[in-house]
Write a protein that binds this ligand. Structure first.
Ligand SMILES: Cc1cc2nc3c(=O)[nH]c(=O)nc-3n(C[C@H](O)[C@H](O)[C@H](O)COP(=O)(O)OP(=O)(O)OC[C@H]3O[C@@H](n4cnc5c(N)ncnc54)[C@H](O)[C@@H]3O)c2cc1C
Length: 315
């Protein structure tokens, strides 16, 4: 039976849905599932992890001082040391904004092979399915090593409860800040209070059709009403209407929501590369011949400046 460690991401102390999806993916193969939690784990979080099949909750007991706790080198060292002490065979983490920084550091410390942005993993053979060349092909990549690491695309797997008996242990982190990696300052950024793009169930995205920054605020208004995240085409980012953090596509965020709604986006291959795995795509565009109209589940042919304000009013 494989010993699998799952790097759990929390949001305001609660286990993220996307972390639960990773547990469901890992539980498909008979495994001893360890949840590695860096940011403190209370009884409620332990109960949730138990409901989804975690057998051991591992509290890495990072220092509460943010200068230590938020230091990427301290975090990676804590996870790598726990993996060694627990003799894990496999590690799962989220290919989220944090995970993309964190997981490769853990892999480097363990000298372990790593694949990021996995859509699926066969743990019997350690084979990850990933999308390559802007989504044109799917590649199956097999990893070999004493410990192997998979970064899982958020929302790749919907969480399914599978209760287990759970115990909690502590594997304390070193909490030593290395001299060559000191955290000088940090900023939660403009997105901190918003639903994270990579993990959102619903995304409302805008493109050149919005015409300017002021109009783009309609996208934010609509997203807020739907409790959705905001996405943007590269044109909207290049024009300076929103920051790069909102860009979806080949050179932006790869998203996997239940519903992706576009307003004034043509549907270039580069945009599709980031959102084609959405379960449902709804497009609003005035041009019936726009590529997005032929590649969506529902299309609304019309002017965003008529449709968006009315949609917001009705929501
Ligand atoms: C190497 C490379 C990487 C790239 N990476 C990305 C990426 O990651 N993400 C990305 O998005 N792009 C990327 N691009 C750019 C991409 O090729 C397109 O230029 C871009 O996606 C187009 O953005 P858009 O759909 O907003 O604009 P456009 O293609 O100009 O489309 C605007 C659409 O709005 C519609 N419209 C206009 N006015 C209205 C209105 N009033 N009501 C309704 N509809 C209206 C039009 O009919 C049109 O279909 C990349 C390009 C390259 C070369």
């Amino acid at each position: 039976m494989k010993k699998t460690g799952i790097l759990i991401e929390l949001e305001n102390g609660r286990v993220k849905e996307t972390s639960l999806g990773m547990i469901t993916l890992a539980a498909r193969t008979e495994a001893d599932l360890h949840a590695l939690v860096l940011d403190g784990v209370d009884d409620t979080a332990c109960d949730i992890l138990a409901q989804y099949g975690i057998t051991t909750v591992v509290d890495l007991a990072l220092a509460s001082d943010p200068e230590i706790r938020l230091n990427p080198a301290v975090r990676a060292d804590a996870a790598a040391q726990a993996a060694q002490k627990l003799q894990l065979d496999v590690i799962f983490g989220l290919s989220s904004a944090d995970g993309k920084d964190f997981i490769p550091r853990v892999a480097a410390l363990l000298d372990a092979p790593l694949v990021m942005d996995c859509l699926d993993v066969d743990l019997e053979k350690n084979i990850a399915r990933t999308s390559q060349y802007s989504g044109k092909v799917l590649a199956d990549i097999q990893l070999t090593g004493d410990v192997v690491i998979f970064g899982i695309r958020p929302n790749a797997v919907q969480p399914v409860p599978s209760p287990a008996q759970t115990k909690k242990i502590t594997v304390p982190a070193d909490n030593t800040v290395p001299a060559d990696f000191v955290l000088v300052s940090w900023d939660d950024g403009e997105n901190s209070s918003r639903t994270s793009l990579a993990e959102a169930d619903i995304i409302v995205a805008g493109g050149r059709g919005l015409k300017n920054k002021d109009n783009f605020s309609l996208i934010f208004d609509c997203a807020e009403k739907m409790n959705a995240a905001v996405g943007a085409s590269r044109v909207a980012v290049d024009e300076g209407w929103v920051s790069y953090a909102y860009q979806v596509g080949q050179t932006g965020e790869k998203v996997n929501p239940q519903v992706y709604i576009t307003f004034g986006i043509s549907g270039s291959i580069q945009h599709f590369a980031g959102m084609k795995t959405a379960r449902m795509i709804i497009a609003v565009n005035k041009d019936d011949n726009a590529a997005i109209m032929a590649n969506c589940d529902y299309q609304v042919q019309g002017d965003v400046f008529e449709i968006l304000p009315e949609l917001i009013r009705q929501l």
